[in-house]
Ligand binder design. Structure first.
Ligand code: FES
Length: 257
């Protein structure tokens, strides 16, 4: 995973990342340039197929001669830059960010469907997070989804996937996947503060929104917020079919031999 999409340019820029010289097409992000140098910068909201958004703040770097800690996913490489991705200060900042995420996230990893395939879990390990100073998400309260702040309920209306707002980290990946790969604009971010979450249409159930069940959002989700329903949940299939997309709302209907 290169973190951000490739840029096509005949012009090349040369820079140094963590002491390694690297040359990349103009317009390439520092995050992608770092990967070219063999360095993976921690990240949650960036992927190599979506335009960078810069929301998670895990990918902060230091650039010699510049103040602050810019996000490497949204900062383009420039000629002569001297970039550092792994200083003690950056490690401290990333741990602070992860603490905030974990303090607002259910700690049900052992029973979570994404256990072992969760980028939030991965980043807790990558950043070396050991403890959370702010307390952690509390108990589930009377059927309200999410063990913490959002009051939005779990949505199981879609036959192919579930949506659990309590696990949403508001990385915007599903929203961008819906827009950029499907061109559907079915999803948006709603709410403020602890109540921020993804919602379909006007905070509707997915099946009442313009969602076409393409599954791009499920593929893009780094946690179990958007989670494929298992065969156990939906029961045995009545027919066997071969399709290129498990979520296809159109249905090509190829029959298995
Ligand atoms: Fe850069 Fe999230 S990966 S801000």
């Amino acid at each position: 995973d290169h973190g951000t999409p490739a840029r096509q340019s005949t012009e090349t820029v040369s820079l140094t990342i963590d002491g390694y010289p690297v040359a990349v097409p103009r317009g390439t992000s520092l995050m992608r340039a770092a990967v070219e140098a063999g360095i993976q910068v921690p990240k949650l909201c960036a992927t190599d197929s979506l335009e960078p958004f810069g929301s998670c703040r895990l990918c902060l770097v230091e650039i010699e001669g510049r103040r602050g800690y810019p996000a490497s996913c949204t900062t383009p490489a420039e000629p002569g830059m001297v970039v550092r991705t792994q200083t003690p200060k950056l490690q401290q900042l990333r741990q602070g960010v992860m603490e905030l995420y974990i303090s607002d996230h259910p700690l049900d990893c052992l029973t979570c469907a994404a256990n072992g395939d969760c980028e939030l879990q991965d980043m807790a390990g990558v950043t070396g997070l050991r403890a959370v100073r702010y307390g952690v998400a509390g108990e589930e309260v009377g059927g309200v989804c999410g063990a913490h702040h959002t009051k939005a309920k779990k949505d199981e209306s879609n036959p192919y996937f579930t949506y659990d707002p309590g696990k949403c980290i508001v990385c915007n990946r599903c929203v961008r996947a819906c827009e950029e790969t499907q061109g559907t604009f079915a999803l948006t971010i709603s709410g403020r503060g602890f109540d921020s979450r993804v919602s379909a249409g006007q905070d509707q159930p997915f099946m009442d929104s313009e969602c076409v069940s393409c599954g791009a959002c499920v593929q893009a989700c780094p946690t179990a917020t958007l989670q494929e329903k298992t065969v156990i949940q939906i029961g045995q299939a009545e027919h066997s079919v071969i399709t290129t997309c498990a979520y296809c709302g159109v249905g090509c209907g190829f029959k298995a031999e």
